[in-house]
Design a protein around this ligand. Sequence first.
Ligand code: SF4
Length: 786
Amino acid sequence: MEINRADSKDKAKHGRAGVSRRTFIKLSGLAGAAVTASYAFRKYALAATPTSESPGSEFPQVEGVVSEQLIPTSCLNCATRCATRVRVTNGRAVKITGNPLSQVSEGENCARAHVGLQVLYDPGRFTLPLKRTNPVKGRDIDPGWTAIPWEQALDEVSERLKTLRDSGQPHRLVVFHGLNTTSGEDVIQRFATAYGTPNVISDAGFDNEADKSGQWLADGNYTQSAYDLPRTNYILAFGASILESYKPLARSLRMWGKIRRERPNRAKVVVIDPRYSVTALRSDQWLPINPGTEGALAMAIASVIISENLYDIGYIENWTYGFDEYKALALDIKYSPESVAAVTGIPTDTIRQLAREFAQTKPAIAWRGRGATSWPNGSYTSYAIFCLNALVGSIDVPGGVIYQENPPYRSMPDVTEDDIARAGKAQPIIDLRKTARFPAAEVVSNQAADSILEGKPYPIEIAIGINSNFNMLAPGADRWDRALATVPYYVHIAPFPGEMAEFADIILPACTFMEEWGYDHSPPGSGFAEVRIKQPVVAPLYGTKSVANITFELARRQEGTIAQSFTGIGNDAEGFVQYRTSSLAPWEEFRKQGVWVGPAYEYYKYGRIFLTPTKKFEFRSGNLQTLLLRAGQSTGGVATLPHYEEPEFLGDPVNYPLALLPYQPLMSVENGSQNYPWAQEMFLVMHGQGWNNFAELNRHTARDLGIRDGDAVWVESPYGKIRAKARVFEGLHPGVVAIATGQGHYAYGQWQTGIGINPNEIIGTDYDSLSGQAVFFNTRVRVYRA
Ligand code: SF4
């Protein structure tokens, strides 16, 4: 595989209806300063409306403001789903700000929020249902789309679903979903349950499943950890890109200001990461660790804390299990600071310094992220890092790990299931979760492609992708191309084109989050619960429909128990939101405020937070022991203890001496598209550059390879090679080459296609052995001048 896009960016930047950097800054400033002035309004509209054919031209361009509203809704440019308010002038959305009633983000949002305007007015959006006329499917093959009416599209999809179900094979339907509203996910799951398929595959397996399983091993909660950021005094961030991509992002950004600037005792932050990230830039200490060795460092820190009696004896004695075995393991010579310094590249004195600071600067947090856990040893690394919090008593205390409260949405009546649904749901799930292959997994997104290709455990007849773009997200992307080409009937539901849409037999054009009804909450982070509304700030453009409304309509057409399951919960997306949030606040008040905030967080709930056999925090995992025994696997040795396993790399170190480090930058919008000039303009804030991504190299590495800044280079792995522009950069471990993800689209979108490269194209397929998390960081590459 060869992908050559080194020069494409500059061409794109200068060869299109370009919003130059200078113009962009000027327009943004104008928009922020005076949206009520008609002059500013026209300028701002220009920035959001790049061509005369775009949706914006349908709106009246009046001289002077005749109407203006501020509508509470929420953002969906990442899973944080922040509460926002959208200023709508003359029927056109012109500005997005945070909702000051939100206590999660305290009225703030991130730079990506503003891109919502260009999500809404994206000139490349689908406008009508499309039907494929070319039966041949593949990358760069024209599907031969022809527009069809909504009724025809929904009838066709419904008929295919009915035929499959009537044959007694509902499990041969698979539903893929990417970033959706919380309410959208609820109706998707409800439809799948009523229909009778167990195969609902989210994109979470590309994200942070190993993080979640690490906490589950310790305390039984399979969840992303939540940290009491505003009250902490010390953070050890292991591969956690807290200020770029970790969710809830806007909350972290806001609370960072509090702990670093707005109180007398400024919290100390140490970032452990081979890459000098935005988080590292804003920290006190950056430690460029050898890639994949974070678990060893965590165990060495434990070793020092234990050997110097710095651990919280009261907490350990009262609320933990298995400490003696963990202690014996941590004190093994393998985890002495001297041994681990040789593994990690972090000096012995620094390891001791970190351990002492972490134990003595209370409250402290050991925070893990994908950089540390998206490895074949990910769950054990995650477990080892998470255990540091228990060691110093930072569990459910102010400034420590906290346990997220979920909103008390009004419950739904049980799904009505018939015999076909029950039999379908009893079939094995195609992603192999909870099998001997992935015993602790909740979802193994990337495995689904191989299962479809192999027809195991059974062939898939229909796939539905909802706001998903796995072909871009997945390592080994060509497997997804082939898998989708194999599925006899693929339905794609999304607002805009993308790589996955290329393989569809039919496209149902969804509206964007600025045009739909929904309810949302953030991933764990605040502790207390908060719900935000999504309400249309403008009517759906082109007659597009929300995911929830499409699902309601399909359910009605299926009739029988499926249609029954969608009665009594509101008749459509708006009614459903009204139904589910009726337990929170009166409807009109919720619409007006846009936010519902739950009770203040309660700490020290030790009697109910540990979902383990011992009802304690477990340094030896009873939950894992049960699963391994069930799978017929060994539970001896360190199998159920936190520990370090040397990661296996893909590619031999002689021919491929560098580790590839794909990372998500702040301006990578998470909806599967990157067709947004504003996001493109400042795509790489750390480099002050946009409209591209680079092969980033340490200065010494580049010198040894004879590569200069700006050179065209090949980045080659055992799985293919991509051509990029080199960026010589001090802030990188010399043993890695870093490439930002989000670019390298090849399917439609005038502001995204042909821009930069997608590092996932050359990453091998591998998994964390317990959680099934797709591994992104263990592929070796070589870099040479093109
Ligand atoms: S953090 Fe995510 S949801 Fe919040 S404003 Fe930024 S992109 Fe939108």
